[in-house]
Design a protein around this ligand. Structure first.
Ligand code: R5P
Length: 273
C-alpha cells in the first residue's frame, strides 16, 4: 500500500484497539433534512471531538464543519437520487477525487447496490473510484445495502456484497449487522465497519448491536441515527467508544451512558468568522 494511502487508513483506526468509531451524518444526500439532522452544524459540533472520523458530503463539510477540526473526514462522493424515486440505485459519482484531495479527506465513500437495477453501474463506479484513490493515496470505502437493499440484509447477501466490494478494490467496507455476521467478516479481506440503521427502540439495543458486531470481528462502527436521534447523543457516542475501543460489555457501556448523562454539556467553540 502506498505511503499516503496507508497513512490515511491509519488516521481512521485507533492504533491501540485497531478499531474506529465513525459518526455518520451523510443521510441528507438522499433523505433531505433527516430528523435531528435538520440543523447539521448544531448536531455535528458537540459530537465531532468524540468521533474517530465523520462521514458526510462536501456541502455539509464546507458549510457546517469548522475547518480547524482534527477529526478525519470520510467524504461521500456518490449520489444523484433521492427518496422520492422508486429506484435508489441509480447513483453516479458526484464529487471528484481532486475535490476530495482539496478537502484533505482521509477516505471517500460510495454506495454499491448489489442485486439492484443499477448494480453494474455502481460496481463500475467503485472500480473507477479505486483507480483514482490509488492515484491520489485516498482510501475508498464501499457502502453496501443502503436504502431498499437493507431489506435483503441477511448473511448470504451481505457476505456477497462485502466480498465483491473488496474484490473490486475497496480499502474498507461499511455494511449492516446480521445474524451470522462473523461469516461476512471472514469472507471480506478488508476492514468492515457497521452502520446502525434506523433508530432502534432503545440505546441499549444500539449498544448491543455494536457489541455483537465487534465480537463478530467488525473493525468498528459508522453510526448515525442511533447516536444523534438518541435523547443523549454525546453520552451515547462515549458509551459506543467504550465498546469499540475498550471492549466494554453492554452493561459497562450502559454505566458509561448513565455517568455521562449526568455531566453538563460542553458548549462547542464558536467557529471563526
Ligand atoms: C446512508 O444514508 C448512509 O450511508 C449512512 O451513513 C449509514 O446508513 C449509517 O447511518 P445509520 O447508522 O443512521 O444507518
Amino acid at each position: 500500500m502506498d505511503w499516503g494511502l496507508a497513512n490515511r487508513m491509519h488516521r481512521l483506526f485507533s492504533p491501540s484497539s485497531g478499531n474506529s468509531v465513525m459518526l455518520a451524518v451523510d443521510h441528507g444526500y438522499f433523505m433531505g433534512p433527516t430528523h435531528h439532522l435538520e440543523d447539521a452544524r448544531a448536531t455535528i459540533a458537540p459530537l465531532l471531538p468524540h468521533a474517530d472520523a465523520v462521514a458526510l458530503t462536501r456541502g455539509i463539510l464546507r458549510r457546517c464543519v469548522d475547518p480547524t477540526t482534527s477529526t478525519p473526514v470520510v467524504l461521500r462522493v456518490s449520489g444523484g437520487v433521492t427518496v422520492l424515486k422508486e429506484d435508489l440505485s441509480d447513483e453516479a459519482i458526484t464529487t471528484s477525487m481532486e475535490e476530495a484531495a482539496r478537502l484533505n479527506v482521509s477516505a471517500v465513500a460510495l454506495s454499491v447496490f448489489v442485486g439492484a437495477p443499477h448494480e453494474h453501474e455502481s460496481l463500475v463506479h467503485l472500480g473507477e473510484l479505486v483507480d483514482g484513490g490509488e492515484e491520489y493515496g485516498i482510501p475508498v470505502m464501499a457502502i453496501t445495502a443502503v436504502g431498499k437493499e437493507l431489506e435483503k440484509r441477511d448473511q448470504r447477501y451481505l457476505a456477497l456484497a462485502c466480498r465483491v466490494s473488496a474484490e473490486l478494490g475497496a480499502h474498507l467496507v461499511k455494511t449492516y449487522y446480521c445474524d451470522g455476521f462473523a461469516k461476512v467478516v471472514e469472507a471480506c479481506p478488508v476492514p468492515i465497519v457497521v452502520a446502525g440503521g434506523p433508530k432502534l427502540d432503545s440505546d441499549e439495543a444500539a449498544l448491543t448491536l455494536a457489541r455483537d458486531a465487534i465480537d463478530a470481528g467488525a473493525h468498528g462502527i459508522d453510526m448515525g441515527r442511533n447516536i444523534w436521534q438518541s435523547d443523549h447523543p454525546v453520552p451515547m457516542l462515549k458509551a459506543l467508544r467504550a465498546i469499540v475501543h475498550d471492549r466494554a460489555t453492554v452493561r459497562e457501556a450502559l454505566a458509561v451512558l448513565e455517568r455521562e448523562k449526568g455531566r453538563p454539556r460542553a458548549v462547542p467553540p464558536t467557529p471563526a468568522a
